[in-house]
Design a binder for this molecule. Structure first.
Ligand SMILES: Nc1ncnc2c1ncn2[C@@H]1O[C@H](COP(=O)(O)OP(=O)(O)O)[C@@H](O)[C@H]1O
Ligand SMILES: [Mg+2]
Ligand SMILES: [Zn+2]
Length: 278
């Protein structure tokens, strides 16, 4: 302890006389709070070190980051990042192509990342739906990568990969295996389920999707879903309780943009013809 150090290194009398004046306590140059506090001891009054606001904040942030790192490690053990497919990894707001991407989605992603703390504590999620190829996965990948770079534990996973992962765990460990995966999802501050509706459609997958959504709901943690399905079809395919959870937890956002893949394909074809038709 630093306090003891002061005592040991200086004579008692000296120490008391140096420290008893509260006005002599040095204030932090950054936050202005005193860096010592006056304490009554058997030797008289003395100044003991005190952690000022900016140091407290720094410590708190470090603790949070450590906790998040631990969460990410636990997540990686069960749902490793290999489930986050390569396409996700290139999504980045900095590379957002404003010529093809939807500006509304850009704004939403930017705000969602900036206000994630608030989004998380209010359990604000999104369900982004719309035609194939109009940038829904790109949008969710941007959010995932930005938050991961801020050390927020995020799981961003295709629904097919997730249901396969649960199914594999069940094969290996029985019912227990299902819960291992489901419980691990709770370690994610944000869960992104990409391409809802592309998984095989049967009673088991529908039950699993319900479980995943319900788990997020009960732990009050946000969920982002992307899907090519129309809302009416979504409602029909999944049962009422799944759909009603979704409406509770997610704001529905329709992405009206055109098919970027087709546009990119067309541009590529044009370049190709320019090359070969010269
Ligand atoms: N804002 C964007 N900036 C750059 N490329 C984008 C953007 N949005 C989509 N893309 C690209 O367009 C293609 C289709 O987008 P994707 O997000 O996969 O569509 P969806 O998930 O809606 O089917 C992908 O190759 C993706 O990388
Ligand atoms: Mg997609
Ligand atoms: Zn300070």
């Amino acid at each position: 302890m630093q306090g003891k150090g002061i005592l040991k290194n200086s004579s008692q009398k000296e120490w008391v006389s140096v420290c008893k004046d509260i006005n002599s306590i040095v204030k932090c140059e950054v936050c202005g709070e005193p860096t010592g506090r006056l304490v009554k001891t058997i030797f008289g009054e003395g100044v003991f070190p005190r952690v000022c606001k900016c140091k407290r904040d720094k410590l708190k942030k470090q603790q949070e980051e450590d906790e998040n790192r631990q969460k990410q490690i636990r997540l990686d053990q069960v749902i490793n990042n290999s489930m986050m497919n390569e396409n996700f990894k290139t999504c980045n707001l900095k590379n957002w192509d404003h010529g093809i991407g939807n500006e509304n989605l850009f704004r939403i992603a930017t705000e969602y990342i900036a206000k994630f703390h608030e989004m998380k504590s209010n359990n604000y999620g999104m369900l982004v739906y719309g035609d194939c190829g109009n940038g829904k996965t790109y949008f969710s990948g941007c959010i995932a990568n930005a938050l991961i770079s801020k050390l927020v534990p995020v799981v961003c996973v295709g629904v097919i990969a997730l249901t396969e992962r649960i199914s594999k765990s069940k094969r290996n460990f029985g019912e227990e295996g299902i819960f291992t995966v489901l419980n691990a999802l709770e370690n994610a501050d944000l869960l992104i389920l990409d391409d809802l509706g592309t998984e095989e459609d049967n009673k088991w997958t529908r039950a699993m999707i319900y479980q995943v959504i319900e788990k997020r709901n009960s732990s009050k943690l946000p969920l982002i879903i992307t899907t090519n399905m129309r809302i009416a079809d979504l409602k029909e395919r999944y049962d009422e309780r799944t759909y009603s959870r979704l409406t509770d937890m997610c704001s529905f956002i329709r992405n009206t943009g055109g098919d970027i893949r087709k546009m990119q394909g067309k541009a590529k074809t044009e370049v190709f013809f320019k090359k070969v038709m010269r």
